[in-house]
Design a binder for this molecule. Sequence first.
Ligand code: TMP
Length: 207
Amino acid sequence: MSRGKFITFEGGEGVGKTTNVAFVESYLQARNIPLVVTREPGGTPLAEKLRTLLLNKKSEAISEEAELLLMFAARAQHIKHVIEPALARGDWVICDRFTDATYAYQGGGRNMKISTIEGLETLVQSNLRPDLTLLLDAPVKIGMERVGKRGAFDRFESETALFFEDVRRAYLLQAEINPQRIKLIKANQPLADVQQAIINVLSPLLR
Ligand code: TMP
């Protein structure tokens, strides 16, 4: 049994990750690929509890350091109990956000040192990296308009446009540094075009 592929979705708020994760899920299912669809922060009972704490707007002020460590604590549980076992048994894993989100939000948004994030990445992930990352990118204003229509904002969605500009810049930098792994998908085009672009970068993995 060969190891499964690890695919992550990334992007700022309101870029259409949920819709496109569901699209890839049905695309792969139609090709009889066994898969697990999951998300970060989250994916195990403990990691989902950490997610609730991290997204809750009414919690006490969370320090940048605590936020970073909680993200990696959730990730450690997720890798050990969900991601690694799935890949080892040959399932593909589709994950809504992973460590590029930490580089973007805690690195770009919160200005945490990249070398600190790299250290935690090594500690928690060892050699585990996604085989493919789909970075959905759209201007911040467009994403925030979509989020605005969804209702109450969570702790991250309540950040300023400036914060999200920094997040976007950090994501684009990640894509520049890792061109083999991270494929940039323009999210502000008709959905059919977004999905065709996704198929184009996904199909080499299916061969
Ligand atoms: P979402 O999955 O609904 O977009 O919500 C998750 C939020 O958590 C999102 O605002 C981005 C944020 N986040 C980080 O700040 N760092 C991380 O490492 C991850 C995985 C998510």
